[in-house]
Design a binder for this molecule. Structure first.
Ligand code: FAD
Length: 276
């Protein structure tokens, strides 16, 4: 299957990409979701602006108490980065579980967040890490909290002419433990159920799920059960019982609603055991 024709432009700067966007172009990053959707004619942009050559979108650094991950970093860039491996190990763990080698070397974190596939891994990770998504348009820059970013199935708070430039994560204090556990769809390795957990030395705990519903989400009921308490068999059982209240759980040809609920609870248990 081939795509409908389109013009292609490789931007050298964010400003150049923003001008193209305001002229109606669509952003192309790794192309691992966009190109399949063009082939299926789910989208028919007449022009694509490739952002993968913009150097300022590709770095990973620590700045002002935050870890800053450029939006065009590939999953492999993030998984192999020493700062990430040291300070945000569950980002490296999550990156290593995405797709296959080709997907990890082409797909980008910004593309994944913008696409907001219900089974994507990064949404759970950025939610658990309490990250901010930094975006730019010709009107300037703004930050969207991860908790406000995912608004539904393949939907986000991103406006048409905005580009994600970076993901900013508060540097976790020493003693923070993190994990990402997922049950994979065996062909694509998208999450049928994924659970990201961050446990701070003071006991504060964040828990986010992906794959379970239309969009990734933080589970405050489960968080409240374990935050500030010792994680042991009893508190894990209470958290597992408390999670997924009022969540509209997806049932599809990969997993029924009941099976997904069961998987989510199993993977929450694995994640809490991992940080305990
Ligand atoms: P593109 O496909 O280039 O773009 C996707 C969308 O985001 C487009 O609408 C584009 O305009 C927009 N966009 C891209 N970058 C930006 C930006 N900086 N700002 C604003 N909008 C932007 N993902 C997982 O999480 N887990 C998996 O296990 C997994 N397995 C996969 C297996 C296969 C076989 C394939 C093909 C994909 C898989 N993916 C998986 C998805 C992959 O990880 C990509 O990250 C994802 O497709 C989107 O990233 P991309 O860079 O390819 O974006």
């Amino acid at each position: 299957m081939i795509t409908a024709p389109f013009d292609y432009q490789k931007a050298k700067s964010i400003d150049e990409a923003l001008v193209a966007l305001s002229d109606g172009a669509k952003i192309l990053a790794g192309g691992h979701s966009l190109i399949p959707s063009l082939k299926l004619r789910l989208s028919r942009p007449s022009r694509l602006v490739d952002i993968t050559g913009i150097g300022t979108l590709r770095g990973i650094m620590e700045e002002d108490g935050e870890i800053v991950v450029g939006a065009a970093c590939t999953h492999a860039n993030i998984g192999g980065d020493e700062l990430i491996k040291t300070k945000l190990p569950f980002f490296a763990q999550g990156a290593s579980l995405i797709g296959d080698l080709q997907v990890r070397n082409y797909g980008t974190i910004g593309g994944s967040l913008a696409h907001a596939d219900p089974g994507a891994d990064w949404p759970a990770l950025v939610l658990a890490a309490d990250a901010a998504i930094e975006v730019r348009s010709t009107n300037g820059k703004r930050r969207i909290k991860a908790g406000d970013f995912f608004t539904g199935l393949f939907s986000t708070a991103l406006q048409d002419a905005e580009i994600i430039t970076a993901i900013r994560i508060p540097v976790p204090p020493n003693g923070t433990k993190t994990t990402y556990q997922k049950f994979v769809q065996p062909a694509s390795r998208f999450a049928i159920a994924g659970c990201a957990v961050m446990r701070f030395a003071d006991g504060k705990t964040t828990i986010a799920f992906t794959g379970i519903s239309d969009n990734a989400f933080r589970d405050s009921n489960a968080e409240n059960v374990v935050s500030g308490k010792t994680i042991n068999d009893a508190t894990i059982t209470s958290a597992v019982n408390a999670c997924l209240q009022d969540v509209n759980i997806t049932g599809d040809h990969y997993a029924s609603e009941d099976y997904r609920r069961h998987l989510a609870k199993v993977y929450l248990k694995k994640a809490l055991q991992a940080v305990a």
